[in-house]
Design a protein around this ligand. Structure first.
Ligand code: PPE
Length: 307
């Protein structure tokens, strides 16, 4: 069964188009050269109605990614935010995953992207648990990838560009073929970077560690939310270069991401992490995270946008 809502609508350059007609030409620049920037985040079904989690932060990152690639979005950020809200509304989705994408469209081929229009689209669909149904409760078995994250000053890691996900696909495929749910990439210096589609955190002796942005990681919005929640819990968070082997001896390791939410890691390279089940810190974090989303905590950071 298709995960897509095929009778739904896609927002394309300001118009709503039936899902099945939301197409682009094969000569579009993006198809040949990977020239796209995208975002991904969730709308949740909460007791007070459908709420989008951290909409403004995601659209901010979309504009930042586009700035790096000299792509001028023909909408203001506020217009883009409204378009996202409208797309969730017209599709009557109580909860969904939201995927805005900005891409170099159809006009001329050749590496020079400038002759092409900067086109935009917003899609929504149902996306269940990213790393499997039981991932959040039981944790996942992962490996350290033989593929590295891109080197500094090659593909900018701070930009969420489609092209970066060719690297992610190598990491993901290798992990799946070898029987793991996900791979953890190191950076070119051999330090921990991130998962193919998630940031990573380690808990050791009551402190939480996560790689800094200079370790070739996406500046995750969930990463930022988790850092905020940990500070609220008075648990120290340290952003520093982390050696690979610290993964194996940590008390807890977990992934964060819009799709993955907060996913505990049970084993890495078949080495059991901690007690081999979600530990106290990740369990508390999951509880706080979903309490915010469900409106059980005051939304003091303005993380929820109700539809
Ligand atoms: N690192 C990478 C490489 C990444 O793709 C994501 C999100 C993150 C970190 C976490 O970022 P954030 O979502 O802002 O907390 N990956 C998105 C796309 C996954 C996909 O398979 O597509 C996501 O989680 O939506």
């Amino acid at each position: 069964m298709s995960p897509f809502k095929e009778d739904g609508l896609v927002w394309m350059n300001g118009q709503f188009v039936p899902w099945k007609e939301a197409k682009i030409h094969i000569a579009s620049h993006v198809i040949h050269y990977g020239s796209s920037i995208f975002e991904g985040f969730r709308a949740y079904d909460t007791p007070k109605g459908t709420a989008i989690f951290r909409l403004h932060a995601h659209i901010r990152r979309l504009y930042n990614s586009c700035k790096i690639y000299r792509m001028e979005i023909p909408l203001t950020e506020e217009q883009f935010i409204q378009a996202v809200i409208e797309t969730v509304r017209v599709n009557n989705m109580k909860a969904c995953y939201i995927r805005p994408i900005v891409y170099r469209g159809y006009s001329a081929l050749g590496v020079d992207p400038f002759p092409n229009p900067v086109d935009c689209a917003i899609l929504v669909w149902n996306w269940g648990k990213y790393l499997g149904e039981e991932a959040l409760e039981k944790g996942v078995d992962v490996c350290v990838s033989s593929w590295w994250r891109m080197a500094p000053n090659t593909f900018p890691a701070l930009a969420k560009s489609g092209a970066n996900y060719m690297n992610s696909q190598l990491i993901k495929m290798e992990a799946l073929v070898d029987g793991y749910s996900e791979g953890i990439a190191l950076n070119i210096r051999g330090h921990i970077s991130e998962g193919s589609g998630e940031n990573i955190f380690l808990v050791m002796n009551g402190k939480v560690y996560t790689p800094p942005l200079s370790s070739s990681v996406l500046p995750g919005i969930t990463r930022d939310s988790v850092i905020t929640l940990l500070k609220e819990m008075n648990i120290p968070v340290i952003e520093e270069t982390i050696p690979r082997e610290m993964l194996y001896i940590a008390d807890e390791v977990f992934f964060t991401g819009s799709a993955a939410e907060i996913t505990p890691i049970r084993s890495i390279d078949r080495i059991i992490i901690g007690a081999g089940k979600p530990g106290p810190v990740v369990k508390r974090l999951q509880k706080e995270f979903f309490a915010y989303i469900n409106g059980e905590r005051e939304d003091k950071y303005g993380w929820l946008t109700y539809i």
